[in-house]
Design a protein around this ligand. Structure first.
Ligand SMILES: [Zn+2]
Ligand SMILES: [Zn+2]
Length: 247
């Protein structure tokens, strides 16, 4: 499994990083995890064709994680001339939220006749969902976004890849990432217990309990970016836009 960081920034442009999006290539398929507003920019920089991606998994309904679907829609129509089906899996209500955002930004964009099938799937808490060869299990976390937010645990290619999405520390983060080959964890600040987000010190205290083989820190705000050099644990990888990892 090959993971490419399309964007690992937060909602505020910290560090000049693009908004959240990860590209995963397995032996059998490709998929995107989250699709922040800048996802197309990141994919273009990396030379990844959106038409080669059949599935997008969304963790939660904040713009820096799903708004890129709006630009995806108009790009598929006017530039990529997409014909291959697209499946978008996300929290309850994702289709309505997507349509509202798309109509606000590009009026009429959702009513245009499409040349491809667009299917929305909704998660059910801790119930595995199979999309082609990818099994995803959503674990509810704590991060207000007008719909349940989830950490996602992907199983495919005999590997486990997990992602916290955005969240305060909650105990569901332990089973979500238990023993994962790679656990992508949001790490908004270095220490303390921020509302809505997690700090490095909190992650550090829980690493042994989670037991992930590697942990990638992402979604870092400026304060965390300034201190990321102090993170010394050998299991840790610091996310960078464009970073490629073999999982
Ligand atoms: Zn975010
Ligand atoms: Zn968020």
């Amino acid at each position: 499994m090959k993971l490419t960081v399309v964007g690992c920034g937060d909602a505020f442009g910290s560090g000049g990083r693009l908004q959240t999006s990860y590209h995963v290539e397995t032996a059998q398929t490709r998929f995107l995890i989250d699709c922040g507003a800048t996802a197309l920019i990141g994919l273009s920089r990396l030379g990844i064709d959106p038409n080669s991606i059949p599935t997008i998994f969304i963790t939660h309904l904040h713009g820096d994680h799903y708004a890129g679907l709006v630009w995806w829609l108009i790009h598929a129509q006017h530039v990529a001339k997409r014909t291959v089906p697209l499946t978008v899996a996300g929290p309850e209500g994702i289709e309505a939220r997507f349509k509202t955002a798309a109509e606000a930004l590009f009026p009429g964009s959702t009513g245009v006749q499409r040349r491809y099938d667009l299917t929305f799937l909704e998660y059910a808490r801790e119930t595995p969902l199979n999309v082609g060869p990818v099994r995803v299990t959503p674990f509810e976390v704590k991060h207000f976004s007008g719909a349940p937010p989830y950490a996602l645990r992907f199983e495919t290619d005999g590997k486990v890849l997990s992602f916290t999405g955005d969240t305060e520390w909650v105990e569901t983060l332990v089973p979500a990432g238990r023993g994962a080959d790679l656990y992508i964890m949001e790490c908004y600040q270095f220490e303390g217990e921020p509302r809505f987000h997690t700090s490095w010190r909190t992650i550090e205290r829980n690493l042994d309990r989670i037991g992930a083989k590697r942990v990638m820190l992402t979604h870092m705000a400026d304060g965390m970016l300034a201190r990321r050099g102090e993170v010394a644990d050998p299991r840790i990888v610091l996310a960078e836009d464009g970073l490629v990892l073999d999982v």
